[in-house]
Design a protein around this ligand. Structure first.
Ligand SMILES: [Ca+2]
Length: 279
């Protein structure tokens, strides 16, 4: 005897963030024993429900679509509820969401280390060489944009005082860059992480040309980015996070420095870092 299919998911809604889109919907009514929700998605204004558009199966009424990159991307989603007997609901109403554009796309690069691509593989010691950090970077990172090579000069992991493997002390990462002229419309700093410690991501003091200007607080991650370098792989356990802040107008013609001084918590795992002038 075929049973009645479960009801279609309702209340589908989404929000666009940096490099990701978050989609939520209402849990199925209690009478429905849910096996999973099948989330379908496609770029553009609609999505056909087919094996090709299946993005994930989840038991939670929630989906985080990661790895969308720095450009604003429009995606449309529908959800199919599958019950314990394997019966499938009609597809839900569609929801169309656009992710936020990164300053790494909208701005003019002044100093960039790495690619904003959800991976840390282009950085030094990636993906799992953190044990070599104390020997290779005894004084932290001191990187000259445009001259130094990220593959040897910018460590993929920046430890903090909670990390015994890095001496249980503070660590400074410095980015140096030359400016021939000052940005007229201001500038932004983008710090993209592929992951961070799951409970002690902590924070850094941000200094520009030696003057502390802000404290950047990081989202907790999954504690996997110390040994895995690609957050865009299907099923990746990494929890990337993205931080973009406006910088005060304290640059000078000639050499400038951006310091990230980690005096709080455990490590962060870099995807890329850059300073961008507003157009
Ligand atoms: Ca990267």
């Amino acid at each position: 005897m075929p049973t009645a299919p479960p009801p279609a998911a309702t209340g589908l809604r989404g929000r666009g963030e940096l490099a990701r889109i978050v989609v939520d919907w209402e849990p199925a009514p209690w009478q429905t024993v849910v096996d999973h929700y099948a989330v379908h998605g496609a770029p553009g204004p609609d999505v056909a429900v087919s094996p090709e558009t299946l993005l994930t199966k989840t038991v939670y009424p929630h989906f985080q679509h990661n790895g969308l990159g720095g450009s604003a991307q429009q995606w449309t989603y529908r959800v199919v509820t599958v019950d314990a007997a394997g019966a499938r609901s009609r597809p839900s109403r569609a929801v169309t969401v656009t992710s936020r554009e990164s300053v790494s796309r909208s701005g003019i690069p002044l100093a960039v280390v790495g690619d904003f691509d959800g991976k840390g593989l282009e950085l030094a010691l990636s993906p799992a060489g953190y044990a070599d950090y104390p020997a290779k970077f005894p004084n932290g990172v001191d990187f000259r944009a445009g001259a130094d090579d990220p593959r040897t000069g910018w460590c993929y992991l920046q430890p903090g005082p909670a990390d015994g493997w890095a001496g249980r002390r503070e660590h400074r990462f410095r980015l140096r860059f030359e400016l021939a002229e000052l940005p007229v419309n201001g500038s932004d700093l983008a710090v993209w992480l592929i992951d961070s410690h799951a409970s002690k991501a902590g924070s850094v003091v941000l200094s520009v040309n030696g003057t502390p200007v802000d404290r950047l607080r990081f989202d907790n991650g999954a504690t996997k980015g110390s040994t895995q370098g690609d957050s865009t792989l299907p099923g990746s356990p990494l929890k990337p996070s993205y931080l973009e802040v406006r910088l005060p107008q304290v640059f000078q013609v000639g050499e400038n420095t951006i310091d990230l001084h980690k005096d709080d918590g455990s490590w962060i795992a870099y995807d890329a870092i850059g300073v961008f002038a507003r157009r």
